[in-house]
Design a protein around this ligand. Structure first.
Ligand SMILES: NC(=O)c1ccc[n+]([C@@H]2O[C@H](COP(=O)([O-])OP(=O)(O)OC[C@H]3O[C@@H](n4cnc5c(N)ncnc54)[C@H](O)[C@@H]3O)[C@@H](O)[C@H]2O)c1
Length: 320
């Protein structure tokens, strides 16, 4: 099997590349390193079945040789990144997705779009099943990401209907684990970095808003299974174990054996209040369910932040 992974030098993508190589696939990782890092794949560069292509997929995606699978992950993903790269985010969600779909169409390859729980916006239905169409502000600051992903889903569905491309859409809920960037602004890296530095943990709002966090290995298993099963989706992938942001801060503080206090800062605009996936479709259609409890996943992650987080006063508030 020869797989192309766009965004393969990112947090999730690098774990996916590893998983595909481990089972014997040939992997072409395409990334412009805009939010990912070369270090994430440095250990793979000498692998005989791994190739890295430094390319912006918005500009094009010409991969010589037959391709069997296209995993399309390329997109800024953390709020800090997509607020910094608003137009790029819209373009990679539109042109980039078109280019990735065209590659799959060229070779009759299976295609997987990594969409997001953000397509549900600030949901009025809880937990969110795939049949819920969402509550998205189309022109708010977060719309550059939400609407890019919604367009990507629409385009993917159109390629399936119009050209018969074997497409799968998964909607990923918050995922965490080693290789998250310490400064990416998401809650888990922010809390780890702050707790390890002995700084106050910046909880947004009163911390009662909820998140559901999936350990990255579980997610990667879901991505591979979804593409192989060939379900059109969309299928939610995430961990339905729901915690408040305050509980999350306390859990990270505990795993770091830190005495940092919690401090409360304003919530960003359009920040969702409740976020929990309904994963019954993934259980039913993929036979997939997350396996790693939060405490275990945090324990597997702490070493990464211990080695990787030199940040001091530049630590940013959590903007999950
Ligand atoms: N991590 C999560 O919790 C989460 C949740 C929902 C959805 N997702 C989706 O999963 C995917 C991966 O997310 P991640 O957390 O690994 O983020 P990430 O930022 O670590 O990885 C994204 C990768 O895409 C690359 N990229 C961005 N624009 C590109 C372009 N135009 N051309 C080529 N490469 C480009 C970046 O350099 C980076 O390596 C994204 O599509 C994201 O929307 C992630």
């Amino acid at each position: 099997m020869r797989a192309v992974v766009t965004g393969g030098a990112g947090f999730v993508g690098s774990h996916l590349c590893e998983r595909l190589l481990a089972r014997g696939d040939e992997v072409v990782c395409v990334d412009d390193l805009s939010t990912g890092r070369a270090e994430n794949i440095a250990h793979l560069l000498d692998h005989a079945r791994f190739r890295f292509v430094h390319q912006d997929v918005t500009e094009g995606l010409e991969i010589p040789g037959r391709v069997d699978a296209v995993y399309h992950l390329a997109s800024p993903a953390s709020p800090l990144d997509y607020l910094r790269l608003p137009v790029e985010t819209l373009l990679v969600g539109s042109y980039g997705t078109r280019n990735a779909l065209e590659l799959a169409r060229r070779d009759g390859a299976a295609f997987l779009l990594t969409s997001t729980s953000e397509v549900y916006g600030d949901p009025q239905v809880h937990p969110q099943p795939e049949s819920y169409w969402g509550n998205v502000n189309p022109i708010g600051p977060r719309s550059v990401y939400d609407e890019a992903k919604r367009f990507g889903e629409a385009l993917t569905a159109a390629y399936r209907r119009t050209y018969g491309v074997r497409t799968t859409i998964v909607r990923i809920f918050n995922t965490y684990g080693p290789r998250m960037r310490a400064d990416d602004g998401r809650a888990v890296p922010a809390f780890f970095t702050q707790a390890l530095a002995g700084l106050p943990l910046t909880v947004t709002g009163d911390g009662s808003q909820t998140r559901s966090l999936c350990y990255v290995d579980d997610l990667v298993e879901g991505l591979v299974t979804a593409l192989e099963t060939g379900v059109s989706g969309p299928v939610n992938l995430g961990n339905p174990e729901e915690v408040t942001v305050r509980e999350l801060a306390l859990a990270v503080r505990e795993v770091c054996a830190s005495a940092s206090p919690l401090t409360f800062v304003p919530r960003p605009e359009d920040d969702p209040s409740l976020r929990r996936p309904d994963v019954s479709a993934a259980r039913r259609e993929l036979g997939w369910a997350p396996r790693t409890p939060l405490a275990e996943g945090l324990a597997r992650t702490v070493g990464w932040f211990r080695d990787a987080s030199p940040v001091g006063e530049g630590v940013l508030p959590a903007l999950v």
